[in-house]
Design a protein around this ligand. Structure first.
Ligand code: NAD
Length: 243
């Protein structure tokens, strides 16, 4: 299969979970993939498993200087960047009255500012490539709300809006920007009980998603099959938000 043949894609938070699944799927479909993460050993292991079209680079998505290095090294290894998956994310659970300002800001910094810095860093390279696709991983927490995760909900709603604003700015350059909104996915971010709680049981497809099911959505958005899609939300939540 070669649905993304010849494309060069950066995946943030690619050392495990959904990010690793995205990297595996994109490699299998012909892309070169730069896996980035703050988890260096895990990221290197994923890249080693995926062969010559995969490379690991350390990246804290909140660090603008590090973003410039990643883009430069990606271009040197594989040519201009044609895809970016802004996937790195964290969650902090606390009711609002007990939520420390520092914990709120940390979530905003990684989930929201990291997405801004990623888009800013890759766009000049995408212009060189002549086209591009940016996929921002939001959440159903960016469409509806959940209690006890205020920073997460704020950041994921922001990512949804930023995606639309960026789609407007970059459309004329042939650069598309879309957001993906997973429901509960079986990764280290979710506990066993979260994957089998009443939220999941009450949705039309009563189970958690696998990371591979989200990788199918990301593959479509990075590929040219989604050539007329920009500024849109792609929800994969087992129907949770129908209620
Ligand atoms: P995960 O915790 O397994 O993976 C997140 C990755 O991001 C980790 O490898 C982590 O090291 C990395 N990361 C964290 N902070 C970083 C930073 N500052 N710089 C670079 N990398 C950093 O979780 P996941 O479920 O695979 O989450 C991936 C994305 O999907 C996140 O944005 C998350 O909010 C979103 N999401 C997850 C679910 C779910 O149920 N798991 C649902 C909706 C949305």
């Amino acid at each position: 299969m070669s649905r993304v043949n010849g494309k060069t894609v950066i995946v943030t938070g690619g050392a495990r979970g959904m990010g690793a699944a995205f990297a595996r799927r994109l490699i299998a479909e012909g892309a070169s993939v730069v896996i980035t993460d703050v988890l260096v050993d895990e990221g290197k292991a994923v890249a080693a498993e995926l062969g010559a079209r995969a490379m690991f680079l350390p990246l804290d998505v909140t660090d603008e200087t590090a973003w410039a290095t990643v883009v430069a090294e990606t271009e040197r290894a594989f040519g201009p960047v044609s895809g970016l998956v802004n996937n790195a994310g964290i969650v902090h659970v606390d009711p609002i009255e007990r939520l420390a300002e520092a914990d709120y800001r940390k979530v905003i910094d990684v989930n929201q500012v990291g997405v801004f810095l990623g888009m800013k860093a890759v766009v000049p390279s995408m212009r060189t490539a002549g086209n591009g696709s940016i996929v921002n991983i939001s959440s159903i927490g960016g469409i509806i709300a959940f209690s006890n995760i205020l920073g997460y909900v704020a950041s994921k709603w922001a990512v949804r809006g930023m995606t639309k604003a960026a789609a407007q700015e970059f459309g004329a350059d042939g650069i598309r920007v879309n957001s993906v909104h997973p429901g509960v996915v079986a990764t280290e971010m979710t506990s066993e009980s979260e994957r089998s709680n009443s939220m999941v049981h009450d949705q039309p497809l009563p189970r958690a998603a696998t990371p591979d099911e989200l990788a199918n959505v990301v593959l479509f958005l990075i590929s040219d099959e989604s050539s007329f899609c920009t500024g849109s939300e792609f929800v994969a939540d087992g129907g949770y938000t129908t209620k």
